[in-house]
Design a protein around this ligand. Sequence first.
Ligand code: ADP
Ligand code: MG
Length: 368
Amino acid sequence: MTSLTVRNISKSFGNYTALDNINIEAKSGEFLVLLGPSGCGKSTLLNMIAGLEKVPEGQVLIGDEVVNELDPKDRDIAMVFQSYALYPSMTVRQNMSFGMRVRKVPAAEQKVAIDRVSKILQLDQMLDRRPSQLSGGQRQRVAMGRALVRDPKIFLFDEPLSNLDAKLRVEMRTEIKKLHRKLGVTIVYVTHDQIEAMTLATKVVVMRQARIQQIGTPQEIYDRPENLYVAGFIGSPPMNLIPGILSETNGVVSVNLVSEGGTIAVPLGPVTAAQRPFIGKPIIFGARPETITEAGMLHEGAVPFEFEGKIEVVEPTGSDNLVIIQLGGREAIARLRPGAGVVGNKMLLSIDTKRALLFDPATEQRIG
Ligand SMILES: Nc1ncnc2c1ncn2[C@@H]1O[C@H](COP(=O)(O)OP(=O)(O)O)[C@@H](O)[C@H]1O
Ligand SMILES: [Mg+2]
């Protein structure tokens, strides 16, 4: 168990920049998730941490030690890939002990490790089966078992669940989370799935096109995205991002949005220093679907602003009704109680202005 530091790492393939000045710190015991769309550089970064890819610029530190020049096998790291890469002709036991056999670990020690790990992963009843006799989830657990028997300092996971069907993926997600809690190990986990990132991480690193967009806890990233990209990438359905104009009356700042029945001015409280330069200018107003709901239904602590919306579409999810209304010349999604909202009807809705965000349309950065 140890900390991990990535310092000023850049990497190019020819003249293509795969990573651009990456800085990350993972504390000991952290569950760090690298999140971003395909091609943004996640695997390249993970491979550099593992030692499978050269580090031409910057440093990787495991604990206090710079490991740039260390072989993968000397880094005390275990990696689980998307393709489990199990040996089909070997049993579960043989697959899990393969690395130990190569390293000539004494047989008694191998047995202790296999017993320990197979119990944790509930594979102890199937140690003599071959991969073909296992389900997808069980194979995934064998791949993890192979990493766990080594008792490494850091675990690296590269999209380990993306080959599983949706139900199994959710189950394995829970298993990995339990495992992290039980073992307290440091994990770096790559995924393009924002739900996976939100549910697993103690810290999320949002990446886009070779660059870090934001680092924070899942809640920080959800509540206070640094920019429009993060705001739109995290959350499902996504945050409503609505163009408006910022205005000020008697020290109170409002966003003017085009709505059903004319422009509405959504008050946001006393004008802040960050907001002041944008008075009279276009901004992007950000509101998550759950912060727009039936009037009177916002939770305690909210600062509601009521307005009239015309329901254009109702999408029941079972747990709630997502409805589409027109706001600021865009379609906006509001989250109502199940059964609420009738298509074609006007309805009094309420925005929690306390949770609303503002973005600069030019720089795409959050204002304030
Ligand atoms: N060995 C390589 N040679 C050339 N380009 C590469 C190589 N490895 C990765 N890339 C490119 O670098 C970018 C980042 O790749 P990768 O780290 O695999 O992204 P991710 O894991 O986020 O999907 C991609 O555009 C990919 O095509
Ligand atoms: Mg990848």
